[in-house]
Design a protein around this ligand. Structure first.
Ligand SMILES: [Zn+2]
Length: 64
């Protein structure tokens, strides 16, 4: 029977995904993984959305 092998393979895949965390946010411009809430991409200077820098710029752009 192959079911025990398939079950073991599923568990291994889950553990690998848990430790490698492939779904970390990446730079949309050059694909570099974002490190520790950096506001800017170190490779191309992309400004990540949701950063404090973006909020500051958005506040400046509001009409008064
Ligand atoms: Zn980048």
């Amino acid at each position: 029977m192959l079911w025990p092998l398939i079950f073991a393979a599923i568990i291994i895949v889950v553990v690998v995904l848990k430790y490698t965390r492939p779904f970390r946010p990446r730079c949309p411009e050059c694909g570099v993984i974002r490190q520790d809430q950096q506001p800017l991409c170190p490779e191309c200077g992309w400004i990540y959305e949701g950063s404090e820098l973006d909020e500051d710029y958005a506040a400046d752009d509001e009409p008064r």
